[in-house]
Design a protein. Structure first.
Length: 299
């Protein structure tokens, strides 16, 4: 079965600078290389899901500018359905200025056209959402749009996977609509600090990503750790997005939660072994190859 995944979110052009170290405030350092690479958390997750076999529809906005055309062409080349994307005149396509240094990344996002992914677009695409096996959401588009998309998916019994990044305070109703919430460690701390409801109930929805250490989730109050994989790190940009794409596809296929997490960890691990958020995203064959030799013990 080819699961139908709808990704509602951002699409950016990543402007990537590589350097030996990050500059301090007021300091200039020489960089090693500059690249323009397709990105945006929504588009990254769409590509990750498509590479491993998902039938992916992307809902979002770009500007009517060269970046916008290039990004739409790229998504289409990845096999992603772009019929529901909008090109907006007079608005710039979103960009992310990324510095790669010291085996990690620092990112400044300028949303541009991503701010125009409105509730109107969600209502226009209700049928697409309703016919999905899973909906993937992030927070690089307006929060009101995310809430509305999650509500419609919830009403139609469609699984909602929410990646709460970049983090902002989540309305309780958004948490209620989400089936799975995937914060990293920092986002997790912010999430539980802001939450006023039943923390144990919230934890049952969480998958906390911990970089190379793997992930943690909760099952009937018990903390389960799924270990990461030892790989050579080239570029960590998009690792979390790769994980989310992998998790969505496996859950939509009907895999167990535990197996889906193991698979998604392998997707995330392989994604950091190549340069670029999307170019490093693996195929299903590559993921299964890593899992065949990896550790699947619960600890």
């Amino acid at each position: 079965m080819q699961p139908k995944i709808t990704v509602i979110g951002s699409i950016n052009m990543d402007l990537v600078t590589e350097a030996n170290r990050r500059p301090e405030a007021g300091e200039t350092v020489l960089g090693k290389q500059f690249s323009t690479i397709p990105g945006g958390k929504g588009a990254n997750q769409a590509v990750a899901a498509a590479r491993i076999g998902g039938k992916v529809t992307m809902i979002g906005c770009v500007g009517e500018d060269p970046f916008g055309k290039e990004l739409l062409d790229h998504l289409e080349a990845e096999g992603i359905i772009i019929d529901n994307m909008e090109s907006v005149p007079g608005v710039k396509t979103g960009i992310a200025a990324i510095t790669l240094a010291e085996e990690d990344n620092s990112i400044v996002v300028v949303p541009g056209a991503n701010n125009l992914v409105t509730e109107r677009m969600i209502l226009q695409n209700e049928e697409v959402i309703a016919n999905s096996d899973a909906v993937l959401l992030q927070l690089e588009i307006p929060l009101s749009t995310v809430v509305n998309a999650a509500a419609i998916a919830y009403q139609h019994g469609v699984r909602v996977i929410l990646n709460p990044a970049p983090f902002q305070k989540l309305p309780d109703k958004l948490i209620d609509f989400a089936d799975v919430i995937t914060p990293n460690e920092h986002e997790y701390e912010e999430l539980i600090k802001d939450y006023s409801g039943d923390l144990n109930k919230l934890k049952e929805k969480l998958v906390i990503t911990k970089g190379g250490e793997g992930i943690v989730y909760y099952e009937k109050g018990t903390e389960i750790h799924v270990p990461g994989h030892q790989v050579e790190v080239v570029d960590t940009t998009g690792a979390g997005d790769s994980f989310n794409g992998g998790l969505a596809v496996q859950l939509a296929k009907g895999a167990s939660f535990e197996d889906s997490c193991h698979y998604a960890c392998a997707v995330g691990a392989l994604s950091v072994t190549k340069f670029g958020a999307q170019s490093g995203m693996p195929t299903d064959k590559e993921v299964n190859g890593l899992l065949k030799n990896g550790n699947k013990e619960r600890i």
